[in-house]
Design a protein around this ligand. Structure first.
Ligand code: SF4
Length: 373
């Protein structure tokens, strides 16, 4: 078996320390300042908006927008603006929960969430290419107190190695694609060296917010660690650009099945037409719509939440009206770590010896529900 940091005594010889020239951010060839807006002054200047509200929000929550996504905001306006630009409403949310999914209490070691018996969420990077204003991990992503280092990674790997019931690991953060390529590969290699880990999934928004980072080298590296799945995150059809298509194409060409986890956001995508267009566009760039999430109860994000009726109505206008391939599961991640529950429109009227139901065209229909010997 390959040497890997799966046991405490082996951490030192095989720890995944960063090489001295590497940082936990962008490749050194690309200066941070030319790639990202991170300061309120930069954003106020770029969008010609008042500085003070940005400064007030930035005192509590981090700011990062890639130059690429900034151009999209300028072209397409509000639906993308709302996702990226700090808003004073983030500070006036008394109903939200700091940790709505109870992730901290479900972490047996720092930066690893073990909620379902056979799956674990492994946080390997504290940074993202954009700090989305609606982020569920708003409490810590991009903040100095989200500490991810060699020790937390080693502790996570060790936990996975001694918990063979976990066969599926979701590598997330932050965004794992913000790691230097060599560090991400070391983590994947260490996961693959754990015999009980069958499936590796990566959650990343980089194909949407900084698609140039999905290089052929990255795709070639990922290809070595199958079965590997990637769930990316697009929320609006305007995010489906030629650059995003190229990024997703590279990953798909590496044999990686791609899914999309969209969040239903008020003022961004809360109409059937927008979601329908997004789902169709995703299929066009080889991404299978996976989840449409009802927004979590995260503090600082209540202005994004829709009612459940809005989501169910959107699903009614998807199911049967577009290819089943384009239909995600509308789901709610239960507060307190209860797990995901699907929120499916109601089609069944009664179930006995006959199933009575209503079709997607609102017509009554039935189906015999008996075993014929
Ligand atoms: S990319 Fe994901 S983890 Fe990062 S801020 Fe956006 S929603 Fe949160």
């Amino acid at each position: 078996m390959d040497a890997c940091p799966v046991a405490p005594r082996r951490v030192a010889p095989c720890s995944i320390l960063l090489a001295p020239h590497e940082t936990n951010t962008m490749p050194s060839r690309q200066p941070l300042s030319s790639t990202f807006i991170t300061r309120p002054e930069q954003l106020a200047h770029a969008l010609a908006i008042p500085l003070e509200p940005l400064q007030a929000v930035h005192a509590h929550y981090p700011l990062r927008i890639s130059a690429y996504y900034l151009q999209l905001i300028k072209q397409h306006g509000l639906p993308l603006w709302k996702q990226a630009v700090p808003d004073l409403k983030e500070l006036n949310d008394s109903s939200g929960l700091v940790d709505p999914l109870d992730e901290e209490n479900l972490s047996p070691v720092p930066c690893l969430v073990h909620k379902y018996p056979d799956r674990a969420l492994f946080l390997v990077c504290s940074e993202c290419a954009m700090y989305c204003r609606f982020c569920t991990r708003k409490r810590k992503v991009g903040k100095p107190d989200m500490v991810i280092n060699d020790q937390t990674i080693a502790a996570g790997l060790e936990y996975l190695a001694r918990t063979p019931a976990i066969t599926d690991v979701l590598v997330s953060g932050g965004d794992p694609f913000m790691l230097p390529l060599s560090r991400l590969e070391q983590i994947l290699k260490a996961l693959r060296a754990i015999p009980s880990v069958v499936t590796i999934r990566i959650g990343t928004r980089v194909p949407c917010t900084l698609p140039s980072r999905v290089t052929l080298r990255l795709a070639a590296m990922l290809k070595k660690y199958h079965p590997l799945y990637i769930n990316t995150h697009f929320n609006h059809p305007a995010e489906i650009t030629p650059e995003a298509a190229l990024a997703c194409g590279r990953l798909a060409d590496a044999g990686i099945p791609l899914g999309c986890q969209t969040v239903l956001l008020r003022g961004v995508n809360d109409s059937p037409e927008t979601i329908k267009m997004l789902m169709r566009q995703l299929l066009r760039i080889r991404v299978k719509p996976y989840y449409l999430f009802q927004a979590d109860l995260t503090r600082g994000t209540s202005h994004f939440r829709t009612t459940i009726e809005t989501g169910v109505d959107i699903m009614r206008q998807l199911i049967g009206h577009v290819s089943g391939m384009a239909v995600p599961t509308y789901a709610l991640d239960a507060p307190g770590g209860g797990g995901k529950i699907p929120l499916t429109p109601h089609y069944i009227n009664s179930l006995g010896k006959t199933l009575e139901f209503t079709t997607y065209r609102h017509l009554p229909c039935s189906y015999p529900n008996e075993i014929i010997p």
